[in-house]
Design a protein around this ligand. Structure first.
Ligand code: SF4
Length: 69
C-alpha cells in the first residue's frame, strides 16, 4: 500500500481552464502547466499560483482530474 499523496496547493483559475495541463514529477508533486505558453510567450509555462485573474482563461468542458501515476 502506498502513502497518501500530499494535497495539491490551490492553483486558482487554471484548475477550471481548458489550457491547463497537469504534469506530475517523479517525486509525487504535480505542476500546473499553461498550454498557451507554447504559442503565446506572454503566458508563463508554469504560472505563479494561485492564479486569480488571467486574460487567457477559457473554461474547460470538464474539471481537471489528478493525473494517473
Ligand atoms: S490561460 Fe491563464 S488560466 Fe488558463 S491555464 Fe494558462 S495561466 Fe492558467
Amino acid at each position: 500500500m502506498s502513502a497518501p499523496r500530499p494535497p495539491r496547493p490551490p492553483v486558482g483559475l487554471c484548475d477550471s481552464c481548458r489550457h491547463q495541463r497537469l504534469v506530475p514529477n517523479s517525486r509525487g508533486s504535480v505542476f500546473s502547466l499553461c498550454e498557451r505558453s507554447r504559442t503565446e510567450p506572454e503566458f508563463p509555462r508554469y504560472p505563479r499560483i494561485p492564479v486569480l485573474e488571467c486574460r487567457g482563461f477559457e473554461p474547460a468542458d470538464e474539471p481537471h482530474a489528478e493525473p494517473r501515476r
